[in-house]
Design a protein around this ligand. Structure first.
Ligand code: NAP
Ligand code: HSE
Length: 449
């Protein structure tokens, strides 16, 4: 008897999913045991790129999530509601869930996974981060024995496409965004992508898996790319950097030592809380030699660092019908594989289910320790660089380089790169510098990887 799928959505990802399920030849043999039972859409009249018997398609999505014949509900409709309510209703009716919806998981993951654990069903979300790139299951399984210290990703294709074109063509953000929209690479409403919100959802999910705790999305620091100018990209390049929108989740403290205890900081792992993590999205200067610097266009990549693995990078198509459907169907396959072999339906497979219930402690951005880049426009007269240096020194900000790069409208242009400094200290120094009579403005402040 075949396992039955209820598909919520037959758009970009739903169509790719149906295409794989309808063409099992040459793929994993288990696919032949899976059948599309119902498909939920908004409009019955829309022409569809995939041919399905018309009686399978319905606008009654409630009927799908409550249908006793269905084993797995695949939510590829997007949005927050009714997606969240339909997922919860499907769980209440004993359905396993596969979803590509990072927005719902990042906001309602707590509610959804708690309900799923109580109901003894799986919620799988490989497609929610990095499209076709396998990164969720690797974090849960293949890398599960590692102490993860950092996950750093380019997880939004739209912004990577815009930044890549700004870099190669020297164009400004607004012009390239408009062109990307014309070409269909950017949404008509690009807010979630260009303001970093999509990447924030994704890094919240990755952080949760990497650090074994839930993440409060409100605590994820998020900056988008609207402020990145062609000038900044050119300066960065001169200094040996490329600007990328990075999503970063990092264990603060003994990262390099994989949280090893030292004689000075004795910890009883059974009684102490793990050190806080930093979870953030922002445009970042990435050294040209770094593995993420060469990820161009709409591609995504995620660098995972841990002990004992060292570094491992996942690279591939972060979106698109076929690649995203590849991740969706692999999740379906994982669930079916477990259902076929498990004799005790009460027991959850520990490598597929979500076992953590507490929230991770996310450190405020002011406590972040990072390198910074700042560009200043100042009066061109002796002593200005010295007074900048004095302000930085007063706030314990150590400088790696200070370069006067040229002139702009009669003002001297000075670019500073710091060593690793506490963000709070750096911001205090900048406040003082802004008040200096010789300083006209600080057009750009960026973090450096
Ligand atoms: P899409 O092309 O807009 O398709 C959405 C589908 O859901 C459509 O078939 C639509 O029906 C149906 N739908 C939406 N709201 C509905 C409602 N209230 N009632 C009934 N049907 C409804 O979206 P998509 O690009 O496939 O994205 C789906 C999900 O995958 C999203 O969560 C997205 O973030 C995620 N994702 C997408 C990609 C990608 O490359 N597109 C990559 C990774 C993750 P109609 O067809 O009748 O309008
Ligand atoms: N809008 C996303 C991006 C694709 O640009 O990467 C789906 O996650």
């Amino acid at each position: 008897m075949a396992f039955k799928i209820g598909l919520l959505g037959l758009g970009t990802v739903g169509t790719g999913t149906a295409e794989i399920l309808l063409d099992p030849q040459g793929r994993h043999p288990l696919l032949k045991e899976i059948e599309i039972h119902r498909v939920g859409v908004r409009s019955l009249d829309k022409p569809r790129a995939v041919t399905l018997p018309s009686e399978l398609i319905t606008t009654d999505l409630e009927a799908i999530v409550t249908d006793p014949a269905i084993d797995v509900v695949v939510e590829v409709m997007g949005g927050l509601e009714p997606a969240r309510s339909l997922i919860l209703k499907a769980i209440a009716h004993g359905k396993h869930i596969v979803t590509a919806n990072k927005a719902v998981i990042a906001r309602f993951g707590d509610e959804i996974f708690t309900a799923a654990n109580e109901a003894g069903v799986y919620v799988m979300l490989e497609a929610a981060v990095g499209g076709g790139i396998p990164v969720i299951q690797p974090l849960k399984q293949s890398l599960g024995v590692n102490k993860i210290s950092a996950v750093t990703g380019i997880v939004n294709g739209t912004t990577n496409y815009i930044l890549t074109r700004m870099q190669t063509e020297g164009g400004e953000f607004a012009d390239i965004l408009a062109d990307a929209q014309k070409l269909g690479y950017a949404e008509a409403d690009p807010t979630a992508d260009v303001d970093g919100l999509d990447a924030a959802d994704k890094i919240a999910i990755l952080a949760s898996l990497a650090f074994g705790g839930r993440i409060n999305l409100q605590e994820v620091h998020c900056e988008g790319i609207r402020q990145v100018s062609a000038a900044e990209i050119a300066y960065a390049e001169k200094l040996g950097f490329v600007i990328k929108l990075l999503a970063i989740a990092k264990r603060l403290g003994n990262e390099a030592a994989g949280q090893q205890q030292t004689p000075d900081t004795p910890q009883d792992s059974a009684h102490s809380s793990p050190s806080p993590i930093s979870v953030r999205v922002h445009p970042t200067l990435v050294p040209l030699t770094h593995p993420l610097a060469s990820i161009s266009g709409v591609y995504n990549a995620i660098l995972v660092e841990g002990e004992p693995i060292g570094q491992v990078m996942f690279f591939g198509p972060g979106a698109g019908s076929g690649p995203t459907a590849s991740a969706v169907v692999s999740d379906i396959l994982n669930i079916i594989g477990v259902l076929k072999t498990s004799s005790d339906s009460q027991k959850m497979h520990p490598l597929l289910s979500c076992s953590h219930q507490h929230y991770c402690t996310v450190a405020p951005i002011a406590e972040l320790v990072s390198r910074f880049y700042a560009r200043f426009l100042t009066k061109d007269r002796p002593g200005v660089i010295g007074s900048l240096g004095t302000c930085f020194g007063k706030h314990n900000v150590s400088l790696e380089s200070v370069v006067q790069t040229g002139f702009q409208g009669g003002l001297a242009e000075i670019v500073v790169v710091t060593h690793d400094v506490r963000e709070g200290n750096f911001k205090q120094a900048l406040d003082e510098i802004r008040a200096l009579e010789a300083v006209d403005s600080i057009p750009s402040i960026l973090r450096v990887l």
